[in-house]
Design a protein around this ligand. Structure first.
Ligand SMILES: Cc1ncc(COP(=O)(O)O)c(C=O)c1O
Length: 352
């Protein structure tokens, strides 16, 4: 095993060392060699090193060198050596990080990362953070939380009753909303095309002076970083108007939210911290390997029992987390035993 893993590490290191001298796009010859991967499903196992060699010799040259320093397309970030190395170790751990009982280390790391993220992004210390695959999933998760909260306020249990007959939710977006937000709305039953589109300025910023009158359950989706121009919606004005009307403000900050960490650029995110939920990516400007997205919700308790049917795996302060797991396993023998195991592990991870 050691030999195989060392071979993988050596091949990966050579790949990274060559990034600055190879062409960013794969050559036609490299693309043609991908045909070597077309083989009939083998009915016999083969040696692991030969699979690694095949992947490296045919796969590596046909990659796009997005991990290097000469790729400037889209908003794709290459991973830094430290993040890649940590990712390798995490791969070896192979943890199912869903609950503390299965991975106290992952739970502890999530808790630490959560507090660091909130501090560095200037977001409320009591917010909940979820570690997801990408900004698309982060948008989806945050909008699920918004849908839950607004309908709960209106006396409707969306997780139990679904959306048929539910009070309608108005969704307001800027005219240059990112397609991932529309996709999330579509998946949540809120409709891709029934959104209210607000006109934008020449940089694609939502015009706060063009916001419609808001009444009833309303979600306003703003952007911190327009993918075409980099422009930021005027968050302060929009949050003030939306909150005045009891609306929920969600920020799609896939790459732009990170401007908040820089004293030079934090003016761009002025007012963004006033929102109710935020989506961002670690695999863009934080230079963490794919896939790594983050969803943050001001109202961490929304991750409670009622939302369990949606993938809201928030990282929460320990006491609250323990309560939730105990409650959800109350009743049966196996369940309460599990609760004690969980509690013991939680006590070790977060000694009280
Ligand atoms: C503003 C914005 N939102 C959402 C996304 C989707 O991000 P992901 O590909 O991580 O789902 C992107 C991707 O570029 C983006 O720029």
């Amino acid at each position: 095993m050691r030999e195989l893993l060392q071979s993988a590490a050596a091949r990966a290191s050579t790949y990274l060392e060559n990034l600055d001298s190879r062409s960013v796009a794969p050559s036609p010859q490299a693309l043609a060699r991908l045909a070597e991967l077309d083989e009939v499903l083998p009915d016999q196992p083969c040696d692991a090193e030969s699979v690694l060699a095949l992947l490296d010799e045919t796969g590596s040259p046909a990659t796009v060198a997005t991990a290097g320093s000469r790729f400037f397309g889209f908003v794709v970030g290459g991973s830094l050596p430290a993040t890649l190395a940590a990712n390798w170790l995490a791969g070896a751990w192979d943890q199912n990080a869903g609950i503390i009982a299965l991975s106290p280390t992952a739970a502890k790391l999530e808790a630490v990362a959560m507090s660091w993220l909130l501090a560095v992004l200037g977001l409320p210390a009591g917010a909940g953070v979820g570690f997801v695959t990408c900004a698309t999933t982060a948008n989806f998760t945050a909008l699920a939380a918004a849908r839950h909260a607004l309908l709960q306020q209106a006396g409707w249990d969306v997780e139990a009753q679904g959306l048929f007959g539910a009070p309608p939710i108005t969704v307001i977006v800027g005219d240059e909303v990112h397609v991932s937000v529309l996709k999330a709305l579509m998946l949540l039953g809120l409709g891709r095309d029934r959104v209210v589109r607000v006109p934008v300025d020449g940089q694609g910023r939502m015009r706060a002076d063009a916001l419609p009158k808001m009444a009833g359950p309303t979600i306003v989706c703003i952007q911190a970083g327009n993918v075409n121009t980099g422009a930021f919606d005027p968050a302060s004005e929009i949050c003030a108007a939306a909150h005045e009307a009891g609306a929920w403000v969600h920020v799609d900050g896939a790459f732009g939210l990170w401007a908040a960490v820089s004293p030079r650029y934090d003016y761009l995110t002025d007012g963004v911290a006033d929102a109710d939920s935020w989506a961002t990516d670690a695999h863009k400007w934080l230079n963490v390997p794919y896939d790594s997205g983050l969803v943050i919700c001001r109202h961490a308790n929304i991750s409670g029992r009622r939302c369990r049917s949606v993938p809201l795996i928030w990282c929460r302060p320990p006491t609250a987390s323990r309560t939730i797991i105990r409650r959800s396993f109350r009743g049966g023998r196996v369940e309460s035993r599990y609760g004690r195991l969980y509690g013991r592990l939680a006590g070790q991870v977060w000694p009280t």
